[in-house]
Design a protein around this ligand. Sequence first.
Ligand code: FES
Length: 138
Amino acid sequence: MNGEPEKKLTRIGRRRFLALLTAGLALVEDSEGSSSGDHLIDAGPSSLYTSDGIYDKFRDHGFFLVRKNGKLVALSAYCTHRICKLTPQIDHTFACKCHGSKFSEEGKVTEGPAKRDLPVLPISATKNGHLIINVSAG
Ligand code: FES
């Protein structure tokens, strides 16, 4: 009876400590996520994207740059049906190999099962003219 109750108290203390530690780490992760939650990609200078067409250099980073009629937009590279990566086509559309959805050059759904258009991602520019794409907005 001497050592046993004390041992139980110690065990409970450890469990509580671990629970508090886990909760504390979760709070730290949450606060880090909200303060630096934006995933920004430097796509280089805008002078790299002067011709009309689809630039797929950043497909693996989650977006395409599309220039049409002088306007440059960043479109999510992920199908809105079930998040498969899209493939740009010769006719300047996007196709999803997973279930066959198709999207126009502007990111509009032209064939399902996807129902939502591709998200347009915010583009900003640095002082030296580099384009910054906010991938987390997609
Ligand atoms: S994930 Fe693209 S059509 Fe299903």
